[in-house]
Design a binder for this molecule. Structure first.
Ligand code: ZN
Length: 424
């Protein structure tokens, strides 16, 4: 069984590297003519610059992947797991404490291994291409704050789950699931007030006239947002984005200040209309339900598989602690999850298309969204020529050239427009 698992892992790794490889080759070779919206925005010089950026990202990503693969092989198949399991058992025999130590120390190791990569990406790679706006001091502050927030959440979620496992040995999977839902819903409400302000500063829109237009658009889409804010993303990076979040009455629109620098008001409103489309078409709710159902299934499956020492046997070990088995199970889950990626990406691209259609309905055409997206691609040095197979597996959004072509030809759907108005 151990050999079978190892082979499966190596197959997944081989597929991932092969996809990366064809994607890099494709980018260098293929130069399809760009649609009208790109003319005057992206020229040959710009494309070369994007290529260089993508290649630099590929290189560091490759090194990071190799390190990850080697560590995984060493830990799971190289005998490090039983050694670590014994080590932790030597510290404490208390079930909850043992579990927290087991995962806490591993998470710490993962954090430390990730530090050089994060430093390199922020201060060498992103710096070189002019994206980094973060000082070293801010980077350190971010690291400390996320360590703090992460530790609190970890102690709460893992500690609570381990306690439930002990408390209800025959039905813990249901309790753990319920507990996690309760905490995640709670966080969804509280995060804008408790966690996000630790990292970002939210202020009212600097352009007052834009706020009126945003509120008009919200009303037209049938949303009642409490707050329209801008966030100081520019303190960290030149990359840009917009989002619309919240459940129940606590809805808010957040625009990155970088987005406001890069797009004109019409384009901004089209991007926002797209975000509203996700909400109006129920994508956020669907996403939430999908992830909760998946969590329920995972909890139940974990409960079944953790009975007896089945997993320890699979890895050729005589004994493995509860935490050790959960770790192995999580790793197996991520392995199986890889084969799920294309389906989940396809699903997400479908949602993006629907949100684009919603934006067309709202603003009357796809031109503004198209020109906004082209500007963002220019500013973010996006790869315009992904390999179709790579895009099919990984892309959560339709590849830009295809998306812009579609937007340029997009028509307002009369039925949906009237449905939205009638719904208000
Ligand atoms: Zn979207």
């Amino acid at each position: 069984m151990k050999l079978l698992l190892l082979s499966l892992y190596l197959v997944v790794i081989a597929i991932r590297f092969a996809l990366d490889w064809v994607n890099i080759k494709h980018r260098k070779k293929v130069r399809q003519p760009l649609p009208d919206a790109f003319v005057g925005q992206i020229d040959e010089e710009q494309l070369k610059h994007s290529d260089a950026y993508a290649l630099a990202g590929d290189r560091v990503g490759f090194v990071e992947d190799i390190v990850g693969v080697l560590l995984t092989l060493l830990f799971l198949f190289g005998g490090l797991l039983p050694w670590y399991d014994h080590l932790i058992a030597g510290f404490s025999t208390h079930f909850i404490l043992q579990g927290l130590l087991f995962f806490g120390l591993l998470a710490l190791v993962q954090l430390v291994v990730g530090i050089p990569f994060s430093l390199y990406k922020n201060f060498i790679l992103e710096e070189h291409f002019g994206f980094n706006r973060m000082s070293f001091k801010l980077w350190c502050a971010d690291l400390l704050k996320s360590l703090l927030v992460g530790s609190v959440l970890f102690l709460l979620l893992a500690g609570g789950a381990l306690w439930l496992v002990q408390w209800a040995p025959q039905s813990w999977w249901l309790w753990v699931w319920g507990f996690w839902i309760a905490v995640s819903l709670f966080l969804l409400y509280l995060s804008p007030y408790l966690i996000e302000p630790l990292f970002f500063k939210f202020t009212p829109l600097a352009k007052a006239e834009l706020e009126t237009e945003v509120r008009d658009l919200l009303e037209k889409a049938g949303a009642h947002a409490g707050k329209v804010l801008q966030v100081d993303a520019s303190r960290r990076s030149g990359h840009s984005n917009a989002y619309f979040t919240g459940i129940g009455k606590v809805k808010r629109v957040v625009l990155f200040d970088t987005l406001m620098e890069q797009l004109n008001n019409k384009e901004l409103l089209a991007v926002l209309a797209h975000e509203l489309g996700h909400w109006r078409r129920g994508h956020l709710r669907q996403q939430l339900i999908k992830s909760q159902l998946l969590a329920l299934f995972s909890c139940w499956l974990a409960f079944i598989l953790l009975q007896g020492e089945l997993l320890a046997g699979w890895f050729g070990l005589e004994h493995l602690s509860f935490a050790g088995q959960v770790l192995v199970l999580g790793w197996l889950g991520s392995l199986v999850g890889f084969f799920w990626t294309p389906l989940s990406s396809w699903w997400s691209r479908r949602h993006e298309r629907q949100a684009d259609q919603f934006a067309i309905n709202m603003v009357g055409s796809g031109q503004e969204l198209a020109s906004g997206l082209v500007k963002l691609a220019r500013e973010n040095l996006s790869n315009l020529f992904p390999h179709p197979l790579y895009a099919a597996v990984y892309y959560s959004h339709p590849p830009l050239v295809e998306r812009v072509l579609w937007l340029e030809q997009g028509q307002v759907e009369v039925d949906i427009a009237t449905e939205v108005v009638a719904d208000q």
